[in-house]
Design a protein around this ligand. Structure first.
Ligand code: SOE
Length: 378
């Protein structure tokens, strides 16, 4: 088996999710490359050494530029705050490395486009970790839509709700809280949470043509962990938008970090001419399905428990009836990325695919500012 030597940058939540995925993928999927955890990288030597020891990385680096130049690394995995994605991805591509990047691709479409051009010019494999596509129930939704079971699509409805930033005492910036700092994150819930909803929506229902949006910042100032000063908050705390898809369907999207009681409630519902589907991250192994063509005396919403071996990915896991969870969506990401290397059919979304989500996010933020409909990509 060939080795796929990974150099991973960042040691937070995503560094852990990806490291776990590299370790597990080859145990469950038949892959012709074995991921090797070659080096982990972060500025803090103590923190990255502890991370590397825990996950079994062979070594550490404290300067990402050194990591991307190392001859013994095949793939660079970017798990840093968003403001580092651009420079690292471009340097990695120029050094001939494959590049895997945590979502969102970039701070804005202009950066994203440069990243796309860099990986395409270098001809290196690339992928953005939009993991929810690889929850088996969501992959099943794609299968049902592609089979034409829903017929013409009328509506797409998605929400992603959290409640962790309600306290005005929560600071912004620095480790763990960079998502509240526009300089590190680029955007608030639009780039962090709606980006997931948009990625899934584009995959399931095709391109979005135009949007009209509103955003709000509920807590206007917060202590900044890096400067020690109270500073204006400039990320969007909440965002709701309407969208039109190219296929003629209408959509509503909503996300907030101020929905008391919701920790990570990502749901979507799609209504078609013949059938509808619903999915809920809190019940991620189920897909709800309603088909109007059923006999009327048994017609109703069914809750499909996605665990049988004929369901997407599930033949690789336990026995029918036993479910899997969140971390498996990342394991599937590694397996699909490696399959892409084997077949030449790249795992999606590539950087180019993920750039489409950046264009929608950008249109949403522009519309929220202007108060008018905004064409995507304009
Ligand atoms: C934010 O709290 C967050 O961790 C996102 O950054 C992830 O992408 C999302 O999957 C869960 O919520």
């Amino acid at each position: 088996m060939k080795e796929l030597n990974v150099g991973l940058i960042g040691y937070g939540f995503m560094g852990r999710a990806h490291s776990n995925a590299y370790r597990q993928a080859g145990k469950f999927f038949d892959l012709s490359y074995e991921p090797v955890l070659k080096a982990a990288c972060a500025r803090s030597k103590d923190k990255i050494q502890a991370f590397a020891d825990n996950w079994g990385y062979e070594g550490v680096e404290t300067d990402w530029r050194k990591l991307v130049e190392r001859k013994d690394i095949d793939a660079i995995d970017i798990c840093t705050p968003n403001n580092y994605h651009h420079d690292i991805a471009i340097a990695a591509a120029q050094a001939g490395k494959m590049v895997l990047c945590e979502k969102p691709l970039s701070m804005n479409p202009a950066e994203g486009l440069e990243m796309v051009e860099a990986v395409e010019k270098a001809g290196v494999a690339n992928m953005v970790w939009y993991n929810y596509r690889r929850v088996p129930a969501v992959t099943l939704a794609k299968l049902l839509i592609d089979q034409g079971r829903l017929g013409r699509i009328f509506h797409y409805r998605a929400v992603f709700l959290q409640d962790w930033t309600i306290s005005a005492d929560l600071p912004q910036g620095g480790t763990g809280l960079w998502r509240l700092d526009a300089a590190a994150a680029g955007a608030g819930v639009t780039g962090d949470l709606l980006a997931h909803c948009i990625d899934t929506a584009l995959w399931l229902n095709g391109p979005i043509s135009s949007v009209t949006a509103m955003t709000e910042i509920f807590v206007k100032e917060r202590q900044h962990n890096l400067t020690g000063k109270v500073e204006p908050v400039t990320i969007d705390d909440a965002c709701a938008f309407l969208a039109r898809f190219n296929n003629g369907s209408l959509a509503t999207f909503e996300s907030t970090r101020y929905a008391r009681g919701h920790k990570a409630l990502y749901t979507f519902e799609i209504n078609g001419e013949h059938a509808s589907i619903q999915w809920d991250l809190h019940d991620l192994h189920r897909l709800n399905y309603f088909d109007h063509r059923d006999d009327s005396i048994v017609r109703g919403w069914r809750s499909v428990h996605v665990s049988d071996s004929d369901m997407p990915y599930m033949d690789k896991w336990w026995v029918p009836g036993l479910q899997i969870g969140y971390e498996h969506s990342f394991i599937h990401g590694v397996a699909d990325f490696i399959k892409g290397l084997e077949t030449g059919e790249p795992a999606q979304p590539t950087f180019r695919g993920a750039l489409e989500t950046q264009y929608v996010c950008d249109a949403v933020l522009k519309s929220a500012k202007s108060g008018t409909w905004q064409a995507v990509g304009a």
